[in-house]
Design a protein around this ligand. Sequence first.
Ligand SMILES: Nc1ncnc2c1ncn2[C@@H]1O[C@H](COP(=O)(O)OP(=O)(O)OP(=O)(O)O)[C@@H](O)[C@H]1O
Ligand SMILES: [Zn+2]
Length: 463
Amino acid sequence: MSLHLYDTASRTVRPFEPLRPGVVTLYNCGATVQWFPHIGHLRGAGIVYDVLRRWLVHSGYEVVHVRNVTDIDDKILNKAAEAGRPWWEWATTHERAFSDAYDTLGCLRPSIEPRATGHIPQIIGMIAELIEAGKAYAAAGDVYFAVRSDDEYGFLSGQRLDEMQQGESEGAGKKDAADFTMWKAAKPGEPSWDSPWGPGRPGWHIECSAMARNYLGRAFDIHGGGLDLIFPHHENEAAQSHGVGDPFANFWMHSHWVTMAGEKMSKSLGNVLSVPAITEHTRPVALRYYLISVHYRSSIEFSRKALDDAAKAFAGVEGFLHRVADRVGAVGTAELPAPFVEAMDDDLGVPRALAVVHDRVRVGNAALASGDHAAAAAEAAVIRSMLAVLGLDPFVAPWVDAGSDDSLHAATDRLIAQLLADRAAARAAKDFATADAIRKTLAQAGFAIEDTVDGPVWSVNPE
Ligand SMILES: Nc1ncnc2c1ncn2[C@@H]1O[C@H](COP(=O)(O)OP(=O)(O)OP(=O)(O)O)[C@@H](O)[C@H]1O
Ligand SMILES: [Zn+2]
């Protein structure tokens, strides 16, 4: 089976072929940088597309990845005004918080992260083309897209024109309630740019049509975002791009929510958890594992218990790799097992792929317990390679840490070996109180000691 992806437009899982052999062009909608990110954003704008990108690269494609930054928007202007700060400082502050959070969770940086405000000429050019093509009209300094000029409107979301809500305030010059705004006339005190229709600023949807064309061309392979973007945002992006004759996206991917108590995690509901709040008690790599462990088209109901369970599951995998590294030497890489590849090719089936990882860890642990170092090393190489594709390889940045620093590790090894020798001597002398005190000291410091055929082996307990 080659890679198959679910396509929202055709509502089917269909074979993926890039438009240009060897190269995949990917656009996913990034954040409106009005506030700090929550872990829902990190899933919907970051990790899901990071896993996709890594899998495409593993499959032999070069990937050109664009994720935009919406840095001009009513919400940004309102929040900045409430805080008494310049709008551009407000947007930059929160854009940086998003960048930090993506980095913390090990997301590869996109090929480019274009900002709406950096593409005003392209935006104005596309709006002018749409007016020229009879798909849009200007009224009192605003410009609207005439939805009824597009016969295919609704192809993505299945929305019916008479039932549709664009979710924007009614402009005075709007001829039809179904129409949406592409250019907003300047209001006093707001930032604005000159345009053929007077000073103003872009609406939300036009930036993605203009920037996708600018960086990826008139047709590109995959367009992604969270479920809420299907309508109106993606329907409107497609209408604009189709309106100027651009074929636009070939595949549409939409990821499901992170929820709390069944509700979408969202600033407006206040049920949000940030990355820094979680990484106070959970390692970032464990949070990444947690966020990818559910299929991207299913929701994740956040719970501390599920997060802790995921952290333990990952620590089990990582612990095996470290034990092999300690006893056998550096862990190599190997070809991916067929069931893992099949799972990933089947619409990015990460949960099934992780089940393969855990199966192999069981086999590897059994090999280690029986002293079969060669078999354990072979399993470790396969497991490490699977983790690498998921962005979870513990031996490379950003996950490799002081714990795997060679000199620190060797010093810890010597210290623990001495304590274990003292414990053995105390036991031999029937001084059980001392032996027990040594065991307690090690446990309280966070070390787990396991007796194996190769003698006692230490590891660090997951938090
Ligand atoms: N709870 C969530 N779970 C998964 N993805 C989410 C969640 N909330 C937002 N997203 C996704 O994050 C991306 C950026 O979203 P955007 O900046 O538009 O935030 P938003 O939807 O306004 O957030 P909020 O609802 O918290 O105000 C979008 O693809 C959106 O679908
Ligand atoms: Zn977009």
